[in-house]
Ligand binder design. Structure first.
Ligand code: G1P
Ligand code: ZN
Length: 539
């Protein structure tokens, strides 16, 4: 039954911000997935006797890839695989199941918020025993091995039935098929006060959750409708589809358009939220009101005492450098630790493992806490609902009161997409070289205080990572430039704009940041080098 297959190496298996992410058609190439999986197994010294968690967001190729990985795991001597029923599991649930079972690693098959289908994207996130995605040293090793791999091991057997819950054997390996929702729901019940949330809905509170035809549908139906008592129909697009029904499962103002339209209409419920393909991102909306993820992190942190799991205190908080500084002001007021890390959730994990932080978040609609080692979309929604239940205030009131207390960071991300890779790399390299000359220069009403690359020195493992370039202005405004590490189509330049205001708190965001956006194009020579006079996507 054991089959050793000769294979030819590929040279493009370098993991990005969150695992290996490729066009589906790239992953469909002969032995592509197998090469990657065997490279992971080899990089960690083999998987004999180990236990792995396995599942995915249900996108195109999920089912086939899971079967391949199961057979390869057995052929490589793995002891046990814990698989989500029918191959489904959300990224946060997978991290939880991994930690709960003290497993040695796990794969989540997902390209997160990128579209699915044969013309969309596919991806594999590889998590290690800590529950988070593998550190760079490990992904570098996998990449090296993948470039010279010559064979992989698998079993010549028929597919395993993943619809039946319970345990079965494949060769000497145990396969346990689990309900991917149950353990996750138990965990949420331990963090939040579900009785208070039931009362909120019993009192007529209305919400809509858009699962975007992706993995969170079953989780959201179970939690919001069945347990908490939100009326049936509160969860939209809840059946996970291989191509997400053509949706781009990225919960932001652009791609969650039908939800946004509803929330800005006169029929808006009290609360609106969406999650991404694999359930780790979230977007929060009130009636005709949008909360930026940067503000959301600040508001959750400021309200930690309202949640049973955190009421005795939190360690600290971290954000990616590109995320607005709003949470920094809360950390200062609460007198808790505050860290700025590179983009990518993996950088938070050491801080959580060492009890330096409890909460963390990114501007890219990611928020989470140390209950797992991934961001967690439904957790963020439950946190917001809990604040509403405890205060009796609306999303808008909560946010506006926050601005009054701390001031407001007007914030926006500008993405310049599908750039020529060479042009984008050169733009960043040349900008970095020009940074030292920028200090003291004036652009319109903005004067540069300092400009430097963002360098993170991890206080736990001592590693040093450079990610992005930051221009600081004398009025506390900032521009951050970096190239995306998750795109699959040329290069994407991300430019993050932030302007701090203590008085004009209710202005239009785009207008407030318009001149800073011009300055960002000027400083980065964006129009000159790419021909683009404005960004392709504004979030
Ligand atoms: C993007 C986001 C980043 C997030 C990552 C994975 O990465 O910007 O915050 O951690 O997706 O969800 P990027 O494409 O910018 O490298
Ligand atoms: Zn995701």
């Amino acid at each position: 039954m054991l089959k050793i297959v000769k294979t030819t190496a590929y040279t493009d298996m370098k993991m990005g911000t969150a695992g290996l992410r490729k066009k589906s058609k790239v992953v469909l190439q002969e032995n592509y997935l197998e090469n990657f999986v065997q490279s992971v197994f080899d990089a960690i010294g083999g998987v004999k006797g180990l236990t792995f968690i396995l599942g995915g967001d249900g996108r195109y190729y999920n089912k086939i890839a899971i079967q391949k990985i199961i057979k390869m795991s057995a052929a490589n001597g793995m002891k046990k695989v814990i698989v989500g029923q029918n191959g489904f599991i959300s990224t946060p649930a997978s991290s939880h199941v991994l930690l709960m079972n003290k497993a040695d690693g796990g794969f989540v098959l997902s390209a997160s918020h990128n579209p699915g289908g044969i013309n969309g994207d596919f991806g594999i996130k590889y998590a290690v025993a800590s529950g988070g995605q593998c550190p760079t040293a490990v992904s570098d090793k996998i990449y090296e091995i993948s470039k010279t791999i010559t064979e992989y091991k698998t079993l010549d057997v028929s597919d395993v039935d993943l619809s039946r819950l319970g345990t079965q054997k494949l060769d000497n390996m145990e396969i346990e098929v689990i309900d991917p929702v149950k353990d996750y729901v138990d965990m949420m019940e331990h963090i939040f006060d579900f009785e208070a949330l039931k009362k909120l809905f019993a009192g007529g509170f209305t919400m809509v959750f858009d699962a975007m035809n992706a993995v969170t549908g079953p989780y959201a139906r179970r939690i919001f409708e069945e347990i908490l008592g939100a009326p049936e129909g509160s969860v939209l697009n809840y059946v996970p589809l291989e191509d997400f029904g053509g949706l781009h499962p990225d919960p932001n103002l652009i791609y969650a358009k039908s939800l946004v339209d509803l929330m800005y209409s006169d029929k808006a419920p009290d609360f609106g939220a969406a999650n991404d393909g694999d359930g780790d991102r979230n977007m929060i909306l009130g009636k005709k009101f949008f909360v930026t993820p940067s503000d959301s992190l600040a508001i959750l942190t400021d309200n930690y005492k309202l949640i049973p799991a955190y009421k005795n205190g939190i360690y600290g908080v971290a954000k990616s450098a590109a995320t607005s500084t709003a949470v920094g002001r809360v950390a200062e007021a609460l007198n808790i630790g505050y860290y700025e890390v590179p983009t990518g959730w993996k950088y938070f994990c050491n801080l959580m493992d060492s009890n330096r932080i409890t909460f963390c978040g990114e501007e890219s609609f990611g928020t989470g806490s140390s209950h797992i080692r991934e961001k967690d979309g439904i957790w963020a929604v439950l946190f917001w609902l809990s604040i509403i239940a405890a205060t009796g205030k609306s999303v808008q009131e909560i946010t506006e009161e926050h601005w009054k207390k701390y001031g407001r960071s007007y914030y926006m991300r500008n993405d310049y997409e599908a750039l020529d890779v060479e042009t984008a790399n050169q733009l960043m390299a040349d900008l970095e070289a020009r940074l030292p000359q920028l200090a003291g220069q004036t652009f319109g009403s903005y004067k540069v205080a300092e400009a430097k690359p963002f360098v993170y020195n991890d206080p736990v493992d001592g590693s040093s990572t450079k990610n992005g370039l930051i221009v600081y202005f004398t009025d506390k405004s900032r521009i951050v430039y970096r190239l995306s590490g998750t795109g699959t189509n040329g290069a994407t330049l991300r430019v993050y704009l932030e302007r701090y205001e203590t008085e004009n708190l209710n202005e239009d965001v785009a207008q407030t940041l318009e001149s800073l956006a011009d300055v960002s194009r000027q400083i980065g020579e964006i129009t000159k080098r790419t021909g683009k006079t404005k960004a392709d996507v504004l979030t």
